[in-house]
Design a protein around this ligand. Structure first.
Ligand SMILES: Nc1ncnc2c1ncn2[C@@H]1O[C@H](COP(=O)(O)OP(=O)(O)O)[C@@H](O)[C@H]1O
Ligand SMILES: O=C(O)C1=C[C@@H](OP(=O)(O)O)[C@@H](O)[C@H](O)C1
Ligand SMILES: [Mg+2]
Length: 186
């Protein structure tokens, strides 16, 4: 979700891993030489979503990078084929924290006309997207008082564990394929 910490924690993860870091919103802003707010105002959300897909498609084949996406990346089915090139992490942050973080924010156009009932808007967006966020490989439930550094450390551990599980499964599959096939008596 917006405000969950994707940009902040993504950058920390990249530093820790010595990977390159890209934020799809920042790449779009640089390429369009417009802010996200200007793109929404002048070209509309659909145009923004197209740019978002283009940027993700261009970044996804690369390895050794961390991509922080916008919270709406999950909305297009096509985006999932690109996201699946990597390990997808869902930072699940309580609405109360998102609300606190985004009250003064002016850079997220979807929230700007709803400031009076920001919490309701966030709750509605979260409800709409919950089943999509749940398609992530990893869900990190962030505690209200957890710092970005602490969250980044937990994401690192969870990714390491996920990779270990995957390599164990692959090793088991490899061994199974090596076994002599069962012979049926004539
Ligand atoms: N764990 C955290 N604890 C407190 N504030 C955070 C934490 N993670 C991010 N923030 C703050 O919340 C705001 C939104 O973070 P950001 O990384 O831009 O989120 P996103 O990219 O998911 O929208 C920023 O002001 C950031 O400093
Ligand atoms: O959730 C969304 O639909 C959006 C999230 C934003 O990014 P963050 O999630 O980094 O705030 C940005 O892409 C745009 O304002 C739309
Ligand atoms: Mg962001």
């Amino acid at each position: 979700m917006m405000g969950a910490g994707k940009t902040t924690i993504g950058r920390l993860l990249a530093q820790h891993l010595s990977y390159r870091f890209f934020d799809t919103d920042a790449v779009i802003e640089q390429a369009a030489t417009q802010t996200i707010t200007q793109i929404f105002a002048e070209s509309g959300e659909a145009a923004f979503r197209q740019l978002e897909t283009q940027v993700l498609a261009q970044l996804s084949p690369y390895t050794q990078l961390v991509i922080a996406t916008g919270g709406g990346i999950v909305l297009k089915r096509e985006n999932w084929s690109y996201l699946r090139h990597g390990v997808v992490v869902w930072l699940d942050v309580p609405i109360e924290q998102l609300h606190q973080r985004l009250q003064q924010d002016t850079s997220r156009p979807i929230l700007q006309d709803q400031k009076a009932n920001l919490k309701e808007k966030l709750q509605a967006l979260s409800d709409q997207r919950q089943s999509l966020y749940a398609q992530a490989d990893l869900r990190i439930t962030v505690m209200p008082d957890e710092s970005a550094t602490q969250v980044a450390a937990r994401v690192m551990d969870a990714i390491a564990q996920k990779c270990q599980e995957k390599s164990q499964i692959n090793e088991r599959l490899r061994l199974m394929n090596q076994e002599t096939p069962y012979q049926i008596e004539p």
